[in-house]
Design a protein around this ligand. Structure first.
Ligand SMILES: [Fe+2]
Ligand SMILES: [Fe+2]
Length: 212
């Protein structure tokens, strides 16, 4: 093997390695998100889950991973608008367009565990996504019935009450919320409190992004 060829190989291996560990940046994630999502409701959900994921990263000792957690939130429903029948199954192909890392693909797909795929949430971050995703929808619906329509005025007791009323925001799976809380080792009340706090803390930036 010539020196030139072996240095080419080692450079190729290095690039392959870098490609595996380097994460895409937020601008790339937003560009991909907007290619596959135009519905304002879906975009708002993406900004919401991004904010919640960023908040939980900072609150739970993963501040240096905040950007990555946020990108997982941004892209978790990347395939839902255009490929609803293949939710979490089409995602790896779409994420490959931006050379997303394996851990990003795994995190995105794991929120469809037992629903559309058998990719189990393993990392704490994946459990947070699984537990909060549907709950953000319920909390948002709860806020819309308030005079101010603001999540900042919502109280945990209202979430608790609406959680028990299965007719209210029926599309938000109570079972997934319960299973998500169990995965995290939290009570449902703890999950409600923390997720409400996350949504209240990020409400202004979600509003700005939704209107931007
Ligand atoms: Fe989803
Ligand atoms: Fe979602």
């Amino acid at each position: 093997m010539t020196d030139g060829f072996s240095s080419f190989l080692s450079r190729a291996n290095w690039l392959k390695h870098e490609r595996c560990i380097m994460e895409i940046d937020r601008d790339t994630a937003v560009s991909l998100l907007k290619i596959y999502n135009q519905n304002p409701f879906h975009l708002r959900h993406a900004w919401t889950v991004e904010g919640v994921m960023r908040y939980f990263a900072k609150e739970n000792g993963y501040a240096e991973e905040e950007e990555f957690w946020g990108i997982v939130g941004l892209l978790h429903d990347i395939d839902f608008e255009k490929f609803p029948e293949e939710h979490c199954k089409k995602a790896p192909e779409l994420l490959a367009e931006v050379a997303a890392s394996e851990r990003l693909v795994h995190a995105v797909c794991s929120h469809g565990w037992n629903l559309t795929v058998d990719v189990k949430p393993e990392h704490f971050m994946e459990k947070v996504l699984y537990a909060t995703d549907e709950l953000t929808g319920l909390i948002w619906a709860c806020s819309l019935v308030l005079p101010s329509k603001s999540v900042k005025d919502l109280q945990v007791k209202s979430i608790r009450k609406k959680f028990r009323n299965e007719q209210f925001a029926a599309g938000c799976s109570r079972k997934v919320m319960e299973e998500g809380a169990a995965l995290l080792g939290w009570t449902l009340d703890e999950l409600f409190e923390k997720t409400l706090a996350a949504m209240q803390a990020t409400a202004d930036s979600v509003e700005a992004l939704s209107n931007g």
